[in-house]
Design a protein. Sequence first.
Length: 447
Amino acid sequence: MDPYFGYEIAILVVLLYAVIVYGLYRTGRLGPEKTLSLFGPALMIKTQRGRSALDRWGRFKRFWTVVSDIGVGLSVIAMGVILALLVFGAIASFRISASQAPTVTEAVGLPGINPFIPISYGIIALVVGIVLHELSHGVVARSQGIGVKSLGILWCVLPIGAFVEQDDAEMLAASRRKRDRVAAAGVLANFGLAVLFFFLLSGLVAGSVTPNANGVGVAYVQGSSPAANLTVPLAPGDIITSINGTSTPTYSDFENALARSTPGETVSLVYYSSSLGRTVSTSVVLATNPNNKTRGFLGVAPSFISPTELKQTFVNPLASDQGPLTGTVYWVILPLGGLEPVSGPTPSYFHLTGPLAGANPTAFWVGANILYWLAWMNLLLGLSNALPLVPLDGGLLFRDFAASVASRLRRAWSEAQLDRFAGKAVTVSSFLVLMLLLWQFLVPRLL
């Protein structure tokens, strides 16, 4: 099979898209004031329908004003958090090698491009997040008396997004406070959705999922190893609960138990067999570890997080035995560890209980995976849109923040002078953000 087949198909799709767009332009069907127009490379399909719904939802002016003011404060916090993460990443880049440095595809949060974001779950979550993000802009804009010209679909091959086009003249004429409320509405919507889907997933897992045993999950078994040669061979989906009398509820306990063993030693082994549906107690003669000749070798690769810890991470990462920060980090990096979406041997670590005890496990985990990615993608959208980078929401907020600060320090400045200063400030912040984003990719490869 042609190793470049996927790239060839992608190029053909992009070329076909370009031909269609060019054809629409040549026939006069594409333009700024037409139903079809361009936003960069993306095709905007506009409609006037839906504006009345935005008016109805936005009539609760006091409510949306209070909510969007909270969004402004939350956006400032998110801006500080994401900038701190970028600075930390830039500092850490001095201590990693070129082989450890992230790739460009890992920095792009798009399904199908980022290797850690599954294309199916990722597209569903991204479309939901973008659509509700844009609708929030529209609703708050109407609550602040700012017009909405159109709304519709934003399409650039994949994925499909949405937009709400505010009236530019009315946005510019509005006070900074009103503009900031509109800008912060999208960030607030994404964080609100992330919290909502997190709690839905938490409740679903808490009431329906129980680990088969308290131990480390087996993710891989090496062929012809001691683990593979048992009477009832260990297999992916099994759970090891103890080695030589030492309980192994976590990955570190498992590693410590094997670290005390020696090649050729006969040790007791207790594990839950997913194929038999019961606990097995046996003994095994350990082989020589290829990476450490003085240490015994079982021949399994356990998951970095145990089934019990995985459930805890889904239900309440703040209550993790390793601390709230570690638990939260685990929740975020589950895709990097191959544990989200939950698939392969991982569902075999659990059984369904409660009202869903008789449900199809595959269908259950598909639903759980969708909820996780809806929460994860909305968190990503909220943080990324808070960056003080043009044309993101954070860029508009930072511009107005800079103008507000300058108006207090330079009371003699006119609005035109404040606007020029704010424009320069957001240009500088955008440049610095881009430098921080590129830094962690370039520095390890240059040192």
